[in-house]
Design a protein around this ligand. Structure first.
Ligand code: NAD
Length: 497
C-alpha cells in the first residue's frame, strides 16, 4: 500500500471546487457554495459549488450536445473501449491521492480506501470496456417474408446520483457501463463526500480522455437531485441512496418525462446461523467482518444475525470480545480498525437508534456509546454496538441504521428463521450459514433478497448481479444488467417478399 498523500491533499483542498460542465470548470450560477467537513475532527476540508436547477439545465444541454456530437457518436467501439481503459489507468496512477481524499472526506480507514474502493473503481472501467464489442441483438425467427432483428441503442443523457458510503466506487459502477454503451452522463455525488469525484473529473480533464460534455459533475444536494430526477431532457436516472429519497426520485421521473429509473436502496439484511455449523469461530469471524468493516456503512451488510437458540450463548461469548477489541481512531493510523461515521447528522441518528434499542428492551451487550476518542477529536466515533435478545418487531430490527449497531435475534425452527429473515420491508441481501447442504439450499431458496450468500456473507464480482428486491430497489447493477439499464432495445422489421 502506498503512503497517503496528505501534504498534496492539503494544497489541493485550498482552492474552491467548481462544477464541471461541457468540459469547463464553472461556478454555480447562484455563486452559492457549501463546505465539506472531515468527520474525524470536524475541520473544514474544502469549499464546493452548490449546483441548483439552472446549473442542471446547462449540464443537461452540454450532455445532450455531446451525445449528438460526432466526437462521441462516431467513435468506433475499439476507440470507446480505449477511453474506458485509460480512465481505469489514470485512477490507478492516482490511487494514493484519491484514497487520501476518500478517507479525509468519508472517514473510512486509508487501508479500506486504498485496498477496497480504489482498485474496484479502476477495474470496473476495464470490465465494461471489455463488454463494448460483445453486446449484440438477436436475429428473431418470425413469419416468412419478414426479417426481424433487435439492437441495443444508448439511451442518451444519464443522471447518476450517488451516496456517501462508497463515494468514488459507486459513481464508477454507474459511469463505466453508461459510457461503454455510448451515453453521456451527469454525476451528482453526495454533498458529504464529493471530493474524490471532483478530483477524478480533474484527472480525466487534464489527460484529455473524453470529448467535452460526455462527463459532467454537479456537486450539491436536494435541489440538484430533484432537478435531475424531474428534468425532461434526461433519459435515465440511476440512483443509489435511501429508500425515502429513492421514492422521490421515482415520483420525479414519473411526473416528468417518465425517464427510465433504477434504484439501489436501503437494507436490513439478515444473516441466519444454524446450530449445525461445525466451525463456529470462523462463522463468527466472517460474519463480524461482513457487518463491521467500513464502519458498518454498507448497504448490504448483515445487521440482523438470526441465530439458533442452541448456539446463541456461545455465539454471544465469541462476538462480544471482538466488538470490544475494535480500535476506533484516526483513519490514517494503521492501528485504526474503525474510522468515524461519515457525517454529523448520521452520527446523531445512530446514537438515537441506540437509545431507541435500549428503550425497546433489547439487551445492550457492548458499545452503546461514542468512543472516548470522539471527545478528544470532535470526530464522529461510535463504539461497535451489539444488542441481544432483539425481537424482530423492534424498530432497531426493522429500520435501517446504517452504522455499527448489530441486532442478535434467536430462533428455534427453520421456518421461524426464514420468517424473521424475510420479515422487513427490505430485501437487499441475506446470508445463511449451515453445514447441512440440503438445508442451506432449502433456506437460500426461500430468502427473499436480491443477493443470498451461503456460508460466506458478502461475495461480490462484476460478473454477478448486484441489487435488491422489495423496498431495497428496482433493477440490478453489474454484469450485462448494468448495460441493459442504460440501453433501449429496438426491434427492427424488414419485409423481403
Ligand atoms: P440519501 O438518499 O440521503 O442521498 C443519496 C443521494 O441523493 C445524495 O447524493 C443526495 O444529495 C441525493 N438527494 C437528496 N435528496 C434528493 C432528492 N429529493 N432527489 C434526488 N436526489 C436527492 O442517501 P445517503 O444518506 O447519501 O446514503 C445512505 C443510503 O444509501 C442508505 O439507505 C444505504 O442503504 C443506501 N445505499 C444503497 C446501496 C445499494 O446498492 N442498494 C449502496 C450504497 C448505499
Amino acid at each position: 500500500m502506498d503512503a497517503p498523500k496528505l501534504e498534496w491533499a492539503k494544497q489541493w483542498l485550498q482552492t474552491p471546487k467548481q462544477l464541471y460542465v461541457g468540459g469547463e470548470w464553472v461556478s454555480a450560477q447562484s455563486k452559492q457554495t457549501f463546505i465539506s467537513v472531515n468527520p474525524a475532527n470536524q475541520s473544514k476540508l474544502a469549499d464546493l459549488a452548490l449546483a441548483g436547477k439552472p446549473d442542471v439545465d446547462s449540464a443537461v444541454k452540454s450532455a445532450r450536445e455531446a451525445f449528438e456530437s460526432a466526437a462521441w457518436k462516431n467513435l468506433t467501439r475499439r476507440q470507446r473501449a480505449t477511453l474506458l481503459n485509460r480512465i481505469g489507468k489514470v485512477i490507478r496512477d492516482h490511487q494514493a491521492e484519491l484514497a487520501t481524499l476518500e478517507t479525509l472526506d468519508n472517514g473510512k480507514t486509508y487501508a479500506e480506501s486504498f485496498n477496497d474502493d480504489l482498485p474496484e473503481s479502476a477495474d470496473v472501467f476495464d470490465y465494461y470496456a471489455g463488454w463494448i464489442d460483445k453486446v449484440y441483438g438477436d436475429s428473431v425467427p418470425v413469419e416468412a417474408g419478414f426479417i426481424n432483428y433487435t439492437q441495443h441503442a444508448p439511451l442518451g443523457v444519464c443522471a447518476l446520483i450517488v451516496p456517501w458510503n462508497f463515494p468514488l466506487l459507486l459513481a464508477c459502477w454507474k459511469i463505466a457501463p453508461a459510457l461503454a454503451m455510448g451515453n453521456t452522463v451527469i454525476v451528482k455525488p453526495s454533498p458529504f463526500t464529493s471530493l474524490t469525484f471532483v478530483r477524478l473529473c480533474e484527472i480525466i480533464h487534464e489527460a484529455k480522455i473524453l470529448p467535452k460534455g460526455v462527463l459532467n459533475l454537479m456537486t450539491g444536494d436536494t435541489e440538484a437531485g430533484e432537478a435531475l430526477s424531474r428534468h425532461d431532457g434526461i433519459d435515465k436516472i440511476s440512483f443509489t441512496g435511501s429508500t425515502v429519497v429513492g421514492k422521490k426520485v421515482a415520483e420525479g421521473a414519473a411526473s416528468s418525462n417518465l425517464k427510465r429509473v433504477s434504484l439501489e436502496l436501503g437494507g436490513k439484511s439478515p444473516n441466519v446461523i444454524f446450530d449445525d455449523v461445525k466451525d463456529l469461530d470462523s462463522v463468527v469471524a466472517r460474519s463480524f467482518q461482513a457487518m463491521f468493516s467500513h464502519k458498518a456503512e454498507k448497504c448490504s451488510e448483515p445487521t440482523r444475525f438470526v441465530i439458533h437458540e442452541k448456539i446463541y450463548d456461545a455465539f454471544v461469548e465469541k462476538i462480544v470480545p471482538k466488538a470490544n477489541a475494535i480500535v476506533c481512531g484516526d483513519p490514517f493510523d494503521s492501528n485504526t480498525q474503525q474510522g468515524p461515521q461519515a457525517h454529523e447528522a448520521h452520527f446523531k441518528k445512530i446514537l438515537n437508534y441506540i437509545e431507541i434499542g435500549k428503550k425497546e428492551g433489547a439487551v445492550l451487550l457492548c458499545g452503546g456509546t461514542t468512543d472516548p476518542i470522539a471527545e478528544k477529536t470532535k470526530g464522529f466515533f461510535v463504539r461497535p454496538t451489539i444488542f441481544g435478545d432483539v425481537k424482530n418487531t423492534m424498530r432497531i430490527a426493522q429500520e435501517e441504521i446504517f452504522g455499527p449497531v448489530l441486532c442478535l435475534i434467536k430462533f428455534k425452527t427453520e421456518q421461524e428463521a426464514i420468517d424473521i429473515a424475510n420479515g422487513t420491508t427490505y430485501g437487499l441481501a441475506a446470508g445463511v450459514y449451515s453445514d447441512d447442504a440440503k438445508r442451506a439450499h432449502r433456506v437460500a431458496m426461500q430468502l427473499d433478497a436480491g443477493m443470498v450468500f451461503v456460508n460466506h456473507y458478502g461475495c461480490y464480482d462484476f460478473a454477478s448481479p448486484f441489487g435488491g428486491v422489495k423496498q431495497s430497489g428496482w433493477g440490478k447493477e453489474m454484469a450485462r444488467h448494468s448495460l441493459e439499464e442504460v440501453t433501449k432495445l429496438k426491434s427492427i422489421w424488414i419485409r423481403y417478399s
